[in-house]
Design a binder for this molecule. Structure first.
Ligand SMILES: Cc1cc2nc3c(=O)[nH]c(=O)nc-3n(C[C@H](O)[C@H](O)[C@H](O)COP(=O)(O)OP(=O)(O)OC[C@H]3O[C@@H](n4cnc5c(N)ncnc54)[C@H](O)[C@@H]3O)c2cc1C
Length: 200
């Protein structure tokens, strides 16, 4: 989750999962998965062998942009759209997990719900820009609940993290000291509205 949360929060999540028995193989990747007599035998790029009963691959989402690119549509990580879901090509729109808005792919339901109304207006000949409120992402990992309101991509600033008895509060402030994002962990997730109200 390096693109979403500061390192200290990532380490706290890692520690909570480790306490539940998770072990980590970092700075390496799975090269080969072989079927073993019972289960699987994984060969890592580091050369290490891991025996497993079950393999789950959860490597994230990547929009398939080839079709859009072939049609001359500008793409970055996703299909680039403006707030009206319009691409750079007339009459081509994108919505949902494949769309990239202001440098971000937002692969969850809330942006679709806000964007779809603007898209409907555009298709009915009433060009409209969607109004996106702050849409914090809730990560429902029972080991450590997280509420994430990321700052704009590329924004200059600094994360400051404070630990409480059973939570973490990370605030991202820009160079002028204004709050531009936050990550709340554990019991601090209850502070969500308080920090949302302070976002400029
Ligand atoms: C396990 C999981 C849990 C999630 N939990 C949450 C959650 O708790 N909260 C939340 O907000 N979001 C959640 N999401 C994300 C949410 O499901 C997606 O943001 C949402 O479904 C995106 O909608 P979409 O229409 O952009 O894409 P999709 O729902 O992926 O729909 C795209 C459709 O296009 C079809 N398709 C693809 N290629 C072609 C083609 N060439 N021709 C025709 N059809 C094609 C696909 O089969 C698919 O039906 C979760 C996602 C996953 C995978």
């Amino acid at each position: 989750m390096q693109g979403l949360i500061p390192q200290q929060v990532g380490e706290a999540l890692q520690a909570k999962l480790s306490a539940q028995g998770v072990s980590w193989q970092l700075q390496t990747s799975v090269e080969i998965v072989d079927q073993a007599a019972s289960g699987y035998r994984l060969t890592l790029t580091s050369g290490e062998i891991v025996e497993a009963d079950l393999v789950i691959s959860a490597v994230g989402l990547k929009p398939r942009t080839e079709l859009a690119q072939t049609a001359g549509v500008d793409c970055g990580r996703g299909i680039k759209v403006n707030g009206g879901l319009r691409t750079n090509v007339a009459d081509i729109y994108a919505l949902g997990d494949c769309a990239e808005l202001q440098g971000k792919v937002l692969p969850y339901i809330a942006p679709i719900n806000f964007g779809v109304r603007a898209l409907a207006d555009c298709l009915l000949g009433r060009p409209t820009m969607a109004q996106y409120p702050h849409m914090p992402v809730v990560v429902k990992t029972p080991a450590l609940l997280l509420t994430i309101q990321s700052p704009e991509v590329g924004l200059e600033g600094e994360w400051q993290t404070e630990a409480t008895d059973d939570g973490l509060r990370s605030l991202f402030r820009d160079s002028a000291g204004m709050l531009k994002g936050f990550v709340l962990a554990g019991s601090c997730t209850a502070e969500r509205q308080q920090w949302l109200d302070q976002l400029i």
